[in-house]
Design a protein around this ligand. Structure first.
Ligand SMILES: Cc1cc2nc3c(=O)[nH]c(=O)nc-3n(C[C@H](O)[C@H](O)[C@H](O)COP(=O)(O)OP(=O)(O)OC[C@H]3O[C@@H](n4cnc5c(N)ncnc54)[C@H](O)[C@@H]3O)c2cc1C
Length: 565
């Protein structure tokens, strides 16, 4: 296996953007993905990408909205970089072929999104992620001489050299079951979020926190892990996402009494307040008995307010989702939704070039915590984050590679150990423990019950106990497939171990933060407390489990204020 300057783990938007940037900077690049790249979760991104490109807009307004959206936990220097580089990034996408929607004058059209002062979300109907991902993939294929693609390779762990720097990864070729050491001067983790820790979630089955756990196990700190976003509009039946673009186009939320309840919670922004605020409002309505549908567990999203022609043109994917997964024609009747897990603001701590405190290791995209989203991410800021910081990580890693020798980590005993560990999972007797899928289901339900929109000490403590027990049980969990070719079962067992590490970090951080900010609402500490908690919580792996720390929040121009929408 050849060695590379830059090895990228993950081929969603962050990974592909990093690969292009590193290749353009002259580096030899390899990009690894456990699924075909265009099946990465980025392909599901619907509503759009934010950039201050209209003449009335200014990147500082975008930055202020992002800071306020983050409940002042986002690092303002990083937010300034993201928002000021956004217009250039979107224009670059347009120039390489992304077919953004245009208005009647022929300019890029913009739609309204939550928490934004004005319309600044560029979009391709409601398939924005798919449109961008496919264009980037074409660009990667064009550069095949510089960018090696390892598609359907599963990374199991990071490799460190004797100095403790990251020097590559161990990966399994999913097709054959063969393990290899991939050596590189720099590794960029772009392996996405951890939505599958929860059930239900809007995230694809492959979003299992692999990179977060791998970095954590290798000694890199995690940050803001308590900040888990619940999206206000996910289908009651199964948690599938109805894009915020629906409300951006004019859809409204109603309780069982037909009341537009957001008037009470966010009189100015109404249904387009930030996601944490809208999700909490919905949950309060449900808890107080004004929910709709069976068990009064839902809220009506009324998309009939949007002209039918516009819905069929600009929101066609959710027309299909409503019909296929809820049996509802959204152009004619309201659909039942509720808050559901969608995104994690936390991840591997990085600086604004994607560098982690672990030498040779970068992270970008949802796996990373720069932190530009702080306590709550604004809709359509994640695609932007993946591209801006994916590019910056790619450029920086390529530059670093120029001045260093190829590392020489010892690999033979590591490969043998990992092969043995995988054989041990495959050999576990059926019935000797629980099934991997049962443990995963209990984890998801527990997190959704106790580590959700509202949290308290007792529930979090309970979640911590369950996660601890599930960790024990996972060591004996058995699988059915004993083969080597495309053994997804064994990968599922490995992913479960990553999810349990992510869950533990989330619960420990949520217990630690004794205040309410952004997505963390503690009913036992309902106020924001800037005196004690205007700080990031970091988590590193210690000998006896997670070790808590703090990191300062960078404030440049926006002092914390009371947050109202
Ligand atoms: C349904 C949905 C709609 C969304 N809509 C929007 C939107 O409109 N606007 C917006 O800004 N954001 C949106 N988001 C959020 C946004 O799409 C994601 O945060 C973003 O796409 C994540 O990109 P990524 O590149 O970090 O990771 P991903 O796209 O998740 O890619 C992760 C990559 O890592 C690889 N990988 C993971 N683990 C391993 C391993 N062990 N070995 C090898 N490879 C591995 C995967 O194969 C994949 O290629 C949406 C999210 C969802 C779920």
């Amino acid at each position: 296996m050849p060695e590379h300057d830059v090895l990228i783990i993950g081929a969603g938007l962050a990974g592909q953007r990093a690969a292009l940037a590193a290749a353009q900077a002259g580096a030899s690049v390899a990009i690894v993905s456990k699924v075909h790249p265009v099946r990465s979760h980025s392909v599901a991104a619907a509503g759009g990408i934010n950039a201050a490109i209209s003449v009335e807009d200014d990147w500082r307004s975008h930055a202020y909205d992002t800071v306020k959206g983050s409940d002042y936990l986002g690092d303002q220097d990083a937010i300034e970089i993201m928002c000021s580089e956004a217009p250039g990034e979107v224009m670059h996408l347009e120039h390489i072929g992304v077919t953004f929607h245009r208005n009647e004058e022929g300019r890029l059209d913009l739609r309204a999104f939550g928490g934004a002062s004005l319309k600044r979300t560029a979009y391709v109907a409601d398939i924005t992620g798919q449109a961008i991902l496919h264009v980037l993939y074409e660009q990667l294929m064009k550069r095949h001489e510089r960018v090696a693609r390892l598609e359907e390779w599963f990374v199991t762990s990071l490799l460190l050299d004797d100095s403790g720097a990251c020097a590559g990864v161990v990966a399994r070729d999913v097709r054959s079951g063969r393990l290899e050491a991939l050596i590189a001067r720099n590794v960029i983790l772009a392996s996405g979020g951890a939505g599958q820790v929860y059930h239900p979630t809007t995230n694809a089955l492959i979003v299992t926190g692999d990179g977060i756990a791998q970095a954590y196990r290798a000694g890199a700190p995690l940050m803001d892990m308590e900040m888990v976003q619940y999206h206000p509009t996910t289908l009651v039946e199964n948690g599938l996402l109805i894009t915020e673009g629906a409300r951006g186009e004019g859809a409204i939320l109603l309780n069982s009494e037909g009341e537009r309840f957001m008037e009470r919670y966010a009189p100015n922004k109404l249904d387009l307040a930030s996601r944490d605020v809208v999700s909490r409002a919905e949950q309060t309505e449900i808890l107080e008995g004004r929910g709709a549908g069976a068990d009064k567990a839902g809220i009506y999203l009324d998309i009939t307010k949007v002209p039918r022609k516009r819905t069929l043109e600009a929101l066609r994917e959710i027309v299909n989702i409503g019909r296929d997964f809820a049996g509802v024609d959204i152009t004619r009747e309201p659909i039942l939704i509720r808050p559901g897990q969608h995104y994690i603001m936390g991840g591997v701590k990085t600086d604004s070039n994607g560098a982690t405190p672990l030498q040779g290791l970068y992270a970008a995209g949802e796996v990373a915590c720069v932190s530009v989203h702080g306590g709550n991410r604004l809709g359509a800021n994640s695609l932007l984050d993946t591209l801006v910081f994916g590019r910056r990580a790619g450029e920086h890693a390529a530059a670093r590679a120029q001045s260093m020798p190829m590392p020489e980590p010892s690999t033979s005993s590591r490969l043998a150990d990992e092969a043995r560990a995988i054989d041990e999972i495959i050999a576990r007797p059926r019935g000797g423990g629980r099934r991997v899928s049962e443990i995963k289901a209990e984890l998801g339900q527990t997190m959704n019950e106790h580590v959700a929109v509202y949290r308290d000490q007792q529930g979090l403590q309970r979640a911590l106990e369950v996660v601890g027990r599930l960790k024990e049980e996972s060591r004996k969990a058995y699988i059915d497939d004993r083969g080597t070719i495309f053994n997804q079962d064994v990968l599922g067992a490995i992913e479960l171990s990553y999810m349990l590490d992510c869950a533990e970090a989330t619960v420990v951080a949520a217990l630690e933060r004794k205040e309410s900010r952004g997505a963390q609402f503690r009913t036992d500490f309902p106020a924001r407390d800037d005196e004690r908690w205007l700080e990031h919580i970091t988590i590193t792996a210690g000998p006896d489990g997670p070790r808590l720390g703090r990191a300062p929040v960078t404030i440049t121009q926006w002092q914390p204020e009371e947050r109202k929408y």
